[in-house]
Design a protein around this ligand. Structure first.
Ligand SMILES: Cc1cc2nc3c(=O)[nH]c(=O)nc-3n(C[C@H](O)[C@H](O)[C@H](O)COP(=O)(O)O)c2cc1C
Length: 389
């Protein structure tokens, strides 16, 4: 099937699966250990029931929202995902272009295959940079300076990765650095000619922003572990304060699940938090983000931007997150499947699907704008507790 004919994100996921060697698809698709949190992120969305308003004139519906004083066409930004050009060359640029075309922000990951500067020069648009706080402090501060000089609007500091989660699919599939074919993955690769031809043309990507960085990890370690071992496990609130001094624009902490942590982030001058468990790739057993969201929103939602990621696969998921207090969502895998299925056009298809589904869900709920997506749309299961009566 051609990606144009995908009618939902799951279709794009299946197309990506067919195109990619298993080791690579599993790196994108999988989570940590028993993948409980990965599944629960989805399950939490599926548990929410809505109470649609009827007889509202929904002939005009506005999906625009405000991120940091500037309009975005959807309450959505693209999440940082590292290592994705192993699936298709130029994936980061393609996602950045699709985001720009849609008028939503794109977040470049520290372990991307393209440099901070190149995305800004070649694509532009609203760019956010995700910082992995590597052990070499000079190096991480250089990354921050580079993002600043290239005009990035926001810095997302990932705080849920003092080391990597135990992602069991990767060592099982032999997905290591460097990626060496063995008997099992050779067979896997040979049956994926479209992927193989591209890789023969472009080569396997490196991590462009780590140029000049000396990795301490022995070769042959799986990729997540290799990156994880470079993280500074001593990172604490003092280190965030230092970043706050260095970074003059919007500063967000990515990977917060507790209201007290979110409150502390607000106190030290952060502009936002991303309620995230890294898409179930870090602590298995971490709470699903949608369940963690309401407390965080109550604690800091009026003081700072609260975004959520993890498990967003439908437009109605965006509506549910907003109803439960998020100002917007980030998509990791949903847009990643799109770009893997069909490059930039595939990424646009993913955004088109999410946008059209959100618009439809808003009409069906009687919400004419993002501001009208409120908690009264959520069915609590208990009429006496339900704000709608
Ligand atoms: C393949 C892949 C690579 C990722 N790489 C990064 C990364 O480099 N930095 C980061 O902060 N988060 C990373 N994440 C986590 C995402 O930013 C996001 O939190 C997560 O994907 C959201 O869940 P979802 O995929 O269900 O939307 C990655 C996720 C995936 C799937």
């Amino acid at each position: 099937m051609h990606f144009d004919r995908a009618i939902n994100i799951e279709d794009l996921r299946q197309m990506a699966r067919r195109r990619l060697p298993r080791a690579i698809f599993d790196f994108f698709d999988g989570g940590a250990e028993d993948e409980v949190t990965l599944r629960e992120n989805r399950a939490a969305f599926e548990r929410v029931r809505l109470l649609p308003k009827v007889l509202v004139d929904v002939s005009a519906v506005d999906l625009k929202t405000d991120f940091f004083g500037k309009a975005a066409n959807l309450p959505l930004a693209i999440a940082p995902t590292g290592g994705i050009s192993a699936g298709r060359a130029g994936s980061e640029l393609a996602l950045a272009r699709a985001a720009k075309a849609f008028g939503v922000p794109f977040t470049l990951a520290t372990p991307a295959a393209v440099t901070i500067e190149r995305v800004a020069e070649e694509v532009g648009g609203r760019l956010w940079f995700q910082l992995y706080t590597v052990r070499q402090r000079d190096f991480r501060e250089k990354l921050v300076a580079r993002a600043k000089n290239s005009g990035y609007e926001a810095l997302l500091v990932t705080v849920d990765l003092p080391m990597s989660g135990k992602r069991e699919r990767d060592p099982r599939n032999g997905f290591r650095t460097p990626y060496n074919p063995n008997w099992r993955n050779s067979r896997d690769v040979l049956f994926k000619p479209a992927w193989l031809l591209e890789i023969m043309r472009h080569g396997l990507p490196g991590m462009a922003n780590f140029e000049g960085y000396v990795f301490s990890t022995p070769k042959g370690t799986d990729i997540a572990t290799a990156v994880g071992q470079e993280m500074d496990p001593s990172l604490d609130w003092e280190a965030v304060k230092r970043l706050r001094e260095l970074w003059p624009r919007k500063l967000l902490l990515k990977g917060v699940e507790r209201a007290d942590d979110a409150a502390r982030a607000a106190e030290i001058g952060c502009d936002g938090v991303i309620v995230s468990n890294h898409g179930g790739r870090q602590l298995d057993g971490a709470a699903p983000t949608l369940d963690a969201l309401p407390q965080i929103s109550r604690a800091v939602g009026s003081r700072m931007t609260v975004l959520l990621d993890g498990g967003v696969r439908r437009g109605v998921d965006i509506l549910k997150a907003c109803a439960l207090g998020a100002h917007g969502v980030l998509t990791g895998r949903a847009t990643l499947y799109g770009v893997q299925a069909g490059g930039e056009a595939g990424a646009r298809r993913a955004l088109e699907i999410l946008s059209a589904e959100l618009e439809r869900s808003m009409r069906l709920c009687g919400a004419r704008s993002v501001a009208e997506i409120g908690p009264e749309l959520v069915f609590s299961g208990n009429p006496s507790r339900n704000p709608a009566g």
